[in-house]
Design a protein around this ligand. Structure first.
Ligand code: FAD
Ligand code: FES
Length: 370
């Protein structure tokens, strides 16, 4: 039994120590008022020091992307610090390239604001807002993916199709404080008064367990956004899009946006990989879009179709189906671009197929859900 008890004891002691250090730090280290100067003094905010740069900025309604809720495990919360805040912490280094370290790019959730600090952030972030939304509808679109539509209660969101929002998860039995997770918007930019997301249950996951077991219609939920840079390019190159599971979200937004705007001359090939018929979402909607938009081709592929399901679409691994289409159906004489959305494994595998078929790396765009 000792081998089971020892790690638990170590974890409890570490937790107690961390809490004690944080309390002592707050009491002993009174940093007083400090200034955060943004973009060469374009905006200066004054607040009490002691919090992370991420939280300090958020307290002033300046929202830096934070897909993991400040746990130092997503690497999304980067910004350049142009004043001295000490050397990089070991927790920052795995997320930073050599060039980023040289430019003093930092993870804002790991940098503590103890004195005046100068930072540079993209101008876009000044447009990010916190929305007090209400759940308008929530429904299963597969056995493990829920479609949730949030009403923005009179407010509007302006975004490019492909962007994501951060969902603020309130405290519940899995977490003491709030936390945040990133979810791509599946609604189109034209529907400004609502935000739709597709959330796949990650067994044991903090945010997805809350969404799948606690979230109900009518509940108030905070959303922060828009964030990200995934979007369709402004070229007429054929788009080769690949997704699986909740990776459907940004493509649903992009496709309906193109259809609504009459951007129909551009060729779009949309490969959607799933295991069985139970794992496909919006099949009817995508087939309808395919039927009324001549240059749009929806190619769902099942790796393990159930016996008796009468599946008449493609079968096999999505990478093999993609490879076959790139070699035999998608004109290689025309410019082509790759768009990938999903897990790092799926992105890596499809990336290899695209590059092996002469789509250059700089013409492949990703929305990595990790
Ligand atoms: C830019 C961006 C956009 C995203 N868009 C979407 C979206 O549209 N729909 C969606 O469902 N998710 C999306 N995600 C993933 C989402 O932000 C969460 O990471 C995911 O929902 C898990 O959160 P959780 O709190 O339930 O799990 P956590 O409590 O954070 O994690 C629990 C455990 O599961 C592991 N884990 C985390 N994520 C996954 C995963 N996806 N698959 C398997 N294991 C995992 C973790 O390593 C951890 O061990 C996106 C992520 C990013 C960065
Ligand atoms: S918020 Fe995820 S690493 Fe900082």
């Amino acid at each position: 039994m000792n081998f089971l008890i020892a790690p638990v004891v170590v974890a409890v002691i570490a937790g107690v120590l961390a809490a004690a250090i944080s309390i002592v730090d707050k009491i002993v280290n009174n940093y007083g008022p400090v200034n955060i100067s943004i973009n060469g003094g374009e905006k200066i905010v004054t607040l009490n020091g002691g919090d992370s740069l991420l939280s300090s900025l958020a307290s002033q309604e300046i929202f830096i992307p934070s897909a993991c809720g400040g746990r130092g495990s997503c690497g999304a919360c980067k910004c350049q610090v142009t004043s001295d805040v000490g050397v990089h912490l070991p927790t920052e280094l795995p997320y930073l390239s050599k060039e980023e370290i040289e430019k003093n790019i930092r993870l804002t959730c790991q940098v503590k604001v103890k004195a005046d600090i100068d930072i540079i952030i993209p101008e876009d972030l000044f447009n990010v807002k916190k929305f007090k939304s209400r759940v308008k509808s929530i429904r299963d679109v597969t056995h493990d993916i829920k479609e949730v539509i949030f009403d923005l209660q009179g407010e509007e969101i302006n975004f490019q199709a492909g962007r994501y929002v951060q969902l603020v998860v309130p405290p519940y039995d899995k977490i003491k404080g709030t936390t945040q997770r990133a979810y791509s918007m599946s609604s189109k930019p034209g529907d400004k008064g609502v935000i739709e997301v597709l959330i796949r249950l990650v067994p044991g996951g903090i945010a997805t367990t809350w969404v799948h077991t606690r979230l109900k219609e009518g509940m108030e939920v905070e959303l922060i956004g828009p964030f990200g840079d995934f979007e369709r390019s402004e070229t007429d190159a054929a788009m080769v899009c690949i997704a699986g599971g909740s990776g459907m979200a940004p493509f649903k937004s992009i496709l309906y946006d193109m259809f609504e705007k009459g951007d129909l001359d551009r060729e779009v090939w949309y490969f959607f990989g799933a295991r069985t018929t139970k794992d496909i979402l919006y099949m009817k909607e995508m087939m309808e879009l395919d039927a009324k938009w001549e240059n749009f081709h929806f190619i769902p592929a099942l790796s393990e179709p159930e016996e008796g399901s009468n599946w008449s679409g493609e079968t096999g691994m999505i990478t093999d189906v993609l490879d076959n289409y790139l070699k035999t159906k998608i004109d290689s004489g025309k410019a082509r671009e790759g768009y990938l959305c999903g897990s790092p494994g799926m992105i890596g595998a499809c990336n290899n197929v695209l590059t092996a078929n002469d789509i250059p790396l700089d013409k492949i765009y990703y929305d990595n859900f990790a």
